[in-house]
Design a binder for this molecule. Structure first.
Ligand code: GLU
Length: 561
């Protein structure tokens, strides 16, 4: 306003924000400085409730959570719901539940859709409206902010003119039409029924630079902000920029860790902190998770990459611990070595290194690596634990498997126990959705549906297949230990014209129908459906003599040519 009359500004501020009744003193009193040790980091995750949780969001939560907690500090959750158009019902629950699922514990903030803990709340921005407005009012009274009444069309016109003149777009310098209008002009616009936004009067100069040390990016030199940015939108809610400064100040955040898409706004945030006379927090801007597309890297896209969505991992059945391990490894390449050396330690005890994070330039998502963490983790679980976890997942995502498990939990556990206690444990399951395909054949209903792939036995005449099947069915004794079993199988193979071992076969191949392995293959294909399974002795033992007999003597395979 060119009219710098204090009374005028005060009057206009009151007309613009009649409900902003909280005083600055009341607010300051409500949020006393935190009593923490000097090195304690207070940090947060501040997602918007848009209904979509990006895997990068979990990554961006895990890092501050580790840094906050390992410093003896605080990690809190703030829901940034000032963009009412983008808000989706149930989104806050999705955020809260996902953080819980990934073991990312918050000390303060939302813990349910309408429930929160902590002394620095409300932790939902829409409920902090009067705090923001109190400060906007003060800025208006001091002449540091002003109402601007341009319509969307008028703003688009300004951009058009700037583009034509090859100038940077935005509300700055000569384009700040409303920065010099009088209070009376503003009142007249209000009278006309126009609703303004409130803009901060910038004192920045593009020719001047701010120097700042970013936690991950190191020293930065950025031009000052010269735009009169919107701090309060026409709906009375603040923009991200203003809410960030107010909230992180009053919630006592020492470290603002966020995506590097906010780097461009950093000069503006520095300007705002200065204007408010508040201490600047430490900033750490994280590069987004990337994906390899052909030979080039690109940002993992919410629209194009299903694996960008946290739900992708839940549906596929990656245990949250596995995703956490994977993300810790993305953040710090030293994590894997720590995990090998500390396999019995809780993941929470891993100390994340800021220095290592500094070196990374955009972590690359690699599901093959995720699978290998999955294999290790699941391979190390006791069969009972694994059975319980599989069932919990299956109840949600694979009803058929859930029914099979529930019908005979003991049988399922014995299936999972195959080769589990061995030194070289079976590692063929990376996630719960692998279970059905890997062990389904043990269940008769699945086996009947899947059938037998007789192509695997191409080259073996059906008469031989039948002979082998009948002989094994007759002589199989589930009480036999592995050695006796093996001897029985070898005896059968010799009886039916197979070599007892590979050596005998190699010496005189024309004398035999094949070697012992060829005969074992027939049994495996008839019992499992394909020529691939864990140890045949153990598979037969778990199937039990009744199932073994039934499968070997049934005619489902013999009908095929
Ligand atoms: N609501 C912002 C976002 O979701 C938060 C950025 C921040 O952490 O300050 O990107």
């Amino acid at each position: 306003m060119s009219t710098k009359n204090k009374e005028d500004l005060k009057k206009l501020a009151q007309i613009l924000l009649p409900d902003a009744n909280l005083t600055i003193e009341e607010i300051v009193e409500k949020y006393p400085p935190r009593k923490l040790s000097k090195d304690a980091i207070v940090t947060r995750i501040a997602p918007s409730p848009t209904g979509f949780l990006h895997i990068g969001g979990i990554y961006a939560a895990l890092i501050p959570e580790r840094l906050g907690h390992q410093s003896g500090g605080i990690f809190y959750l703030r829901i940034e719901d000032t963009d009412k158009k983008r808000e989706v019902e149930g989104a806050t629950e999705l955020i809260v539940n996902s953080l819980k699922a990934f073991n990312i514990n918050v000390d303060e903030g939302q813990i349910g859709s309408n429930k929160e803990i902590g002394d620095y709340g409300p932790y939902k921005q829409s409920e902090r409206k009067f705090i923001y407005q109190a400060f906007v009012k003060k800025l208006l009274e001091d002449g540091d902010a002003y109402p601007a009444f341009e319509t969307i069309e008028e703003l688009a016109k300004i951009t058009e003119q700037q583009t034509a003149a090859k100038l940077a777009p935005g509300y700055y310098g000569q384009w700040t039409t409303w920065s010099n209008k009088t209070t009376n002009e503003a009142l007249a616009a209000l009278e006309k029924g126009l609703t303004p936004v409130i803009r901060l009067r910038s004192t920045g100069d593009l020719q001047k630079f701010i120097l700042i040390e970013d936690l991950f990016k190191g020293k930065l030199r950025l031009p000052e902000n010269n735009q009169d940015i919107v701090i309060l939108k026409s709906d009375g809610l603040p923009t991200y920029h203003f809410a960030h400064v107010i909230d992180d100040h009053f919630m006592g955040t020492t470290h603002v860790i966020r995506g590097d898409e906010w780097l461009a706004s950093l000069p503006l945030h520095v300007q705002l902190f200065k204007k408010m006379n508040w201490e600047l927090p430490t900033y750490g801007h994280l590069a987004p998770i990337q994906k390899l597309d052909g030979n080039s890297r690109r940002k993992l896209s919410k629209r194009h990459d299903p694996e960008a969505n946290v739900m992708f991992y839940e549906k596929a059945g990656y245990p949250p611990e596995v995703v956490t391990m994977y993300l810790l490894n993305l953040a710090n390449s030293g994590f894997e070595k720590w995990l090998i050396e500390n396999s019995k330690e809780k993941l929470e005890n891993y100390k994340l290194s800021i220095n290592e994070l500094k070196k990374g330039s955009g972590a690359l998502l690699d599901l093959v690596k995720m699978d290998s963490f999955g294999k290790e983790y699941i391979g190390g679980l006791a069969a009972e634990t694994m059975a319980g976890m599989t069932l919990r997942w299956a109840k949600k995502y694979d009803e058929e498997l859930a029914t099979l498990i529930e019908d005979d939990m003991d049988y399922f556990i014995s299936i999972l126990n195959i080769e589990r206690e061995n030194i070289k444990a079976r590692k063929d399951i990376c996630k719960w959705s692998d279970v059905h395909g890997q062990v389904g054949f043990f269940f008769d209903s699945f086996f009947a549906k899947q059938g037998i792939n007789m192509d695997e036995l191409a080259g073996t005449d059906l008469k031989t297949v039948k002979e082998v099947a009948q002989s094994v069915a007759e002589k199989y004794n589930p009480q036999d230990d592995k050695e006796v079993w093996l001897q029985t199988m070898r005896d059968i193979s010799v009886e039916l014209g197979y070599a007892a071992d590979a050596k005998a076969f190699k010496e005189n191949p024309e004398k035999y129908k094949g070697n012992f392995g060829d005969m074992a293959k027939i049994i495996r294909v008839l019992l499992v459906g394909k020529n691939q399974s864990p140890d045949l002795y153990e598979v037969m033992k778990v199937l039990g003599s009744e199932r073994v007999n039934r499968r070997l003597t049934s005619n489902i395979w013999s009908a095929k040519k």
